[in-house]
Design a binder for this molecule. Structure first.
Ligand code: ZN
Length: 331
């Protein structure tokens, strides 16, 4: 049996999986992405390699990797712009220490295995086409709602190998500052970071909320999870924050429907648990703004992948690019 290693290096966590050729997850692991300042840039290479070595040791000890299983290679999904030709990261707004890193060469040399590098949301989109909610669809966009907001496009059954930085489409002129250097980007209104910023700024202005009682009274310790849980308790500020996420996502999705003429939008990522809190507003806004003819039949679907979607997709992409996956979802 052939297996592949999939890595999803995100702004907050790195997820690592071992996946079989038919998409079965044999082992998965999550660890915090090393926090590295620009000054200690050279250290990130060693940290990422050591993390993977630890994981592979665990896999060997648990017999997930054994003689009967051939490791085909490593698929890496990472937040940012990718230079596919040279296997390099051009710019990663959330993990700036990896800017310019020749990731593919470094990992190929260290592990003596084929390595493929892709944007994390593109890898996730491939995963949806491979074994997820998009298996039977040919034209769809995937949005990953996590620390940031990523996007990937499957067009005519193939992964579109372009930037698809949907999180950085401008939604509000002169809007909130964005980590990409611009302002008013969709990601600044619909992402984990955005909901924390939005909630904290309301609390600073004196809005009453159950959030004031959490996090030892320190509002700067609030996380997206805390906002979600407080919304479940019926807190009106937290519910409003998620309603706004739906509204802004709906605006972005209307733009995408008008431009791409897609059949579906699949939403995944770390905040997907809050689906019920934003989906109604999202659908309403998207239908209101997109061309009726284009939007009427567009399905808005929840991801069918687990929280490991990005790493599973990266492993699938590795198989695909080596010619090991029979469908034509990617080239
Ligand atoms: Zn931006």
């Amino acid at each position: 049996m052939k297996i592949a290693i999939g890595l999803d290096i995100g702004g907050t966590n790195t997820k690592t999986v071992i996946v079989s050729e038919n998409g079965e997850v044999l082992l998965s692991h999550k660890s915090p992405t090393p926090v590295i300042t620009e000054k200690d840039k050279e250290k990130i290479e060693n940290l990422l390699i050591n993390n993977l070595k630890d994981f592979l040791n665990e896999a060997s000890a648990k017999k997930v990797i054994s003689g009967a299983r051939e490791v085909s290679g490593i698929g890496i999904g990472i937040a940012g712009l990718i230079d596919r030709k040279h296997g390099r990261i051009i710019q990663s707004p959330n993990i700036s220490a990896i800017n310019g890193l020749a990731m593919r060469d470094i990992f190929e040399k260290e592990f003596s295995l084929p390595v493929t590098l892709e944007n994390d949301a593109n890898a996730y989109a491939y995963g949806e086409k491979w074994i997820g909610a998009g298996k039977d669809l040919d034209n769809f966009i995937v949005l990953t709602l996590g620390t940031g907001l990523g996007g990937g496009l499957i067009y005519k059954g193939q992964l579109y190998e372009g930037p698809m930085e949907v999180g950085h489409m401008t939604i509000v002129p002169s809007g909130r500052y964005c980590t990409c250097g611009s302002s008013g980007c969709l990601e600044s209104y619909a992402s984990g970071r955005a909901i924390v910023d939005r909630a904290v700024s309301s609390l600073e202005k004196g809005t009453d909320s159950l959030l004031l009682k959490c996090c030892d009274g320190n509002i700067y310790k609030i996380t997206p999870e805390v906002i979600y849980e407080t919304a479940l308790d019926g807190d009106s500020l937290c519910r409003e924050v998620f309603r706004e996420v739906g509204q802004f996502l709906g605006i972005g999705i209307a733009n995408l429907i008008n431009i791409l003429g897609i059949d579906a939008v699949i939403i995944g990522g770390g905040l997907i648990g809050a689906w019920d809190m934003f989906i109604e507003e999202l659908s309403k806004e998207a239908q209101k703004r997109a061309f009726k003819l284009l939007s009427t039949d567009v399905k808005i679907l929840k991801t069918a992948l687990t929280k490991d979607g990005g790493s599973i997709g990266a492993a699938g992409l590795l198989f695909s690019r080596l010619g090991g996956v029979s469908d034509q979802a990617a080239s």
